[in-house]
Design a protein around this ligand. Structure first.
Ligand code: DQA
Length: 142
């Protein structure tokens, strides 16, 4: 089964961006790790990151057309982008991931426009949350 792991704005800066919040692992290291995790779970994982909302929406359309599952960390778009939410709703199944505990931070981070249609939401588990999301998708039928 194919899974697209899609990371939104500023997540390409993992490793140097507020490491006390997001950790020291770079996006490239995370991507390699998740491909390995996927292989162990029998999932064909591809990891992408974009700072451009239109590109991100295009990838959601691609996942929808391919019948792929998705793991989404939409970064700050999570909190306000109805366009990303509408595109995510086209994807068969997606797990929403946040590296940090968004509920322990600024008020605006507490609301997500993506959660209602997610088949799971993983918050505050660090980058290990992506592995949990893949394990969850692998556990589902079909
Ligand atoms: C984030 C939390 C968001 O509020 C923030 O804008 C991010 C990352 C997280 O993974 O904790 O870019 O989604």
């Amino acid at each position: 089964r194919r899974v697209l792991v899609l990371n939104g704005p500023n997540l390409g800066r993992l490793g140097t961006r507020q490491p006390e919040i997001y950790g020291a692992t770079t996006h490239a290291q995370l991507a390699d790790h998740l491909v390995e995790t996927g292989a162990r779970l029998g999932l064909d994982v591809e990891v992408r990151q974009s700072d451009h909302e239109g590109e991100f929406i295009g990838w959601l359309h691609e996942a929808a057309d391919a019948g792929a599952d998705a793991v989404l960390n939409a970064g700050a778009w999570t909190h306000y982008s109805y366009a990303v939410a509408d595109a995510a709703a086209l994807v068969g199944r997606y797990v929403e991931v946040h590296i940090s505990n968004v509920h322990a931070r600024e008020e605006f981070r507490s609301h997500s426009v993506l959660s209602a249609k997610a088949c799971g939401v993983i918050i505050g588990c660090g980058i290990g949350g992506y592995d949990l999301a893949l394990a969850h998708l692998a556990s589902l039928d079909g």
